[in-house]
Design a protein around this ligand. Structure first.
Ligand code: COA
Length: 278
């Protein structure tokens, strides 16, 4: 576990590009990578210079899943360390990303296997290269998609596709990923970075608080019944009004009703404040 810099960060125009950086190992996630990634996400969470997060992979791969050697083999006789790394790995790829206060985009540039599905599902958006290759390869080496992968896939894919890809291990490319709704969009690899950054900048024009609370609400109501959702959404709306330092609602109303400078149906109001989301 002596490697370092398994994750790199580049912040440009308030977009943070976080790159899994073990290209020789197809960015398989080693224990060190999990520790570094948890650290990076913690720092970027409070970094005002970054407003949107993009996760991608160095070289020809997005991420080849868990590092089978360093994680499963090297730690098999060390249950406490296995448990520690497993918890950190699950935390950053699942809860941390799902509830990240800034919008998150998985930019899938190449191979995406097994455990890598977790961070793709947890990000708010996913944009893939047409040439990317996805696979739930677990069944090919005799395990099931554990570590919350099966749950994520069952949430994001339709039931038939979830069963099909998990039980066969068949691969699918970026175009197919778009077709089955696993990613929002696929573009030629040569255009991937530019298209993803352009999308990230579009997100930055919207109210950060409104986007954050919307993300939390959409994620939460999926697991509620109607009375719970009604009550929750009412309280969540109040919380947004109280917590939004930019007073987006007031800005949006004034610009539409009084200033008549935009139409909400066709686009967003012009943000006057540019403070980072709380
Ligand atoms: N764990 C550990 N090492 C991995 C790895 C993983 N998940 N994925 C790739 N590597 C290593 C290979 O062992 C190889 O190491 P070496 O150079 O020391 O021999 C190196 O990365 C390059 O892999 P290679 O298989 O030669 O590259 P490729 O481009 O021909 O194929 C993959 C790429 C991703 C298709 C292939 O490596 C693969 O199937 N990996 C396993 C994917 C998987 O099942 N992940 C699920 C884990 S939950």
């Amino acid at each position: 576990m002596s490697e370092a810099n398994t994750v790199t960060v580049q912040i440009e125009d308030a977009v943070a590009i976080v790159t899994l950086n073990r290209p020789a190992k197809r960015n398989a996630m080693s224990p060190t990578l999990h520790l570094e990634m948890a650290d990076v996400l913690e720092k970027l969470r409070y970094e005002p210079a970054s407003r949107v997060l993009i996760i991608t992979g160095a070289g020809e791969s997005f991420c080849a899943g868990m590092d089978l050697k360093q994680f499963f083999m090297d730690l098999k006789d060390n249950p406490p360390e296995f448990d520690r790394i497993f918890r950190i790995a699950t935390e950053w790829r699942f809860r941390t990303l799902r509830y990240y206060p800034k919008p998150t985009i998985a930019m899938v540039n190449g191979y995406c296997f097994g455990g890598a599905f977790t961070q793709v599902c947890a990000c708010d958006f996913a944009i893939a290269a047409d040439e990317a290759l996805f696979g739930l390869s677990e069944v090919n080496w005799g395990i099931l998609p554990g570590g919350i992968v099966a749950w994520n896939v069952a949430q994001v894919l339709n039931f038939r596709d979830a069963l099909y890809y998990a039980m066969t291990g068949d691969t699918f490319d970026g175009k197919k990923a778009r077709e089955i709704g696993f990613v929002n969009r696929s573009v030629p690899l040569s255009e991937l970075r530019q298209a993803t950054i352009a999308f990230a900048k579009k997100l930055m024009e919207k109210s950060p608080a409104a986007m954050r609370y919307t993300k939390e609400a959409i994620r939460a109501v999926r697991f509620m019944n109607e009375p719970q959702a009604n009550d929750y959404l009412s309280a969540k709306s109040d919380a947004l009004r109280l917590g939004d330092k930019e007073k987006s609602r007031e800005q949006g109303m004034t610009q539409f009703l009084d200033e008549k400078s935009y139409r909400p149906g066709f686009g967003h109001f012009k943000r006057k404040a540019s403070q980072p989301a709380k």
